[in-house]
Design a protein around this ligand. Sequence first.
Ligand SMILES: [Zn+2]
Length: 470
Amino acid sequence: MRYPHFTRRLLVVLPSVLMCLIAINTASAIEHAKAKHVFYFIGDGMGSLQREVGEQCLKGITQNPDATLLMNQLPVQGFLQTRSANKNITDSAAAGTALATGYKTNNTVVGLLPDMKTPVPSIAELAHQHGLKVGILTSVTLDNATPACFFAHQAKRSHYYPISVQLANAPFAYFAGGGLQGLEHNGDNNLELAKTNGFVITQSRKQLAEQRPGTRVIALNESDKAQHAALPWEVERKDSDISLAQFVEQGIRLLDNDKGFFMMIEGGKIDWAGHDNAIGTLAREVVALDETLKVAMKFYKQHPNDTLIIITADHETGGMQKIGKPDPQYLANFTASFEHFKFQLIELIKNKATYEQAFALAQSQFRLDPLTEEQALDMQKGWALLLDSAPIKFNYKKYNPFIENCLVLAARKAGYQFTTHGHSNVDVPISAIGVGSDWFKGTQDNTVVTRYLYQLITGKPFSVLQEPGQ
Ligand SMILES: [Zn+2]
């Protein structure tokens, strides 16, 4: 009974935490109209160059050399610093906590202070308390670190089951994502728990479209297990698949009401593609997030006086650098994800295919320039290693030379290089439009976002919790 007990404890602790707040005005005293409709976009792993690669890809897709991403055109552009409480390079849990709650914490921690005990409310929870309807949307799993920071409080991001329990018990109106990692534990099922708490679960676009405004919905896309309970990769998404943009369209329809709404929307696979160093897959995920932003922009144009849209990132993934002239057409011509390439590679390994067969597959995916002798030898050696290794393992921390060469040469062909398969600590862009958007100018710490949002939503200054031990 560990988890229900923790949940009970949280319900007891949260109000007392809120009681011992000390008021410090964190934003300038500029008077603003209140933000009644808030769209808070987070591109996981989306640094400046990820945005640039997305824009180059868009130029290629549209065959328009002047095409730009909407996120790069928003009137307010600034930067956020991303370090966590205990590391120079953050993970998505600590950065998500900073972006969601206004407090730094340690890597792997979700919605707690660095003491790993004290929960801090998220802006989604605060917006709900203020009467706004809340939606949490992601292209990956709903109990993944970034969305979790908006509804859960756990010492480890990998505590998927208790995070999902907190989702099922959340008072929010709308969750939308690929699925749940922490769905079941000892025979208990979190979607069943969510149903008893009044949620309707939908599994398809049609079911979601049938729900009436006011219905509390958890919208999933669990039909394709190969996607790890995430939405399909954008580069190979079929018309019949639901997209993040459609989740937002439905969210607006379900949540719009007199008191307003708060929506957090995560493009989670930008980070996954960044870890893979898969430039073509990455570019399309950024374009997809921009398509999603356009849905919010359409709403903004109808409600410009009380809507705020911000789009930012938790950190950069891949340590990207620009090394040449970008090639928009190369980026736009990818037709399959890196993950699909890996599935095909596994089949070739099982069939003990020759190097020539494997290289033909790599060519069809990456359209590489002719290799140098050294590169060809390295790839041949890598293929021999893949044939020898059992069980077949793909670990982005140490890719096999066959795969690594494909990734490096593809990025180079596009005009870029990755310097890590992990995260980096560069400042990430934040762009905004609407009520209070001017507060997001310049370079600031990532904890300011929620502090400003609180003030813009409630009209009251954010009160900073006196942290334990200070
Ligand atoms: Zn990551």
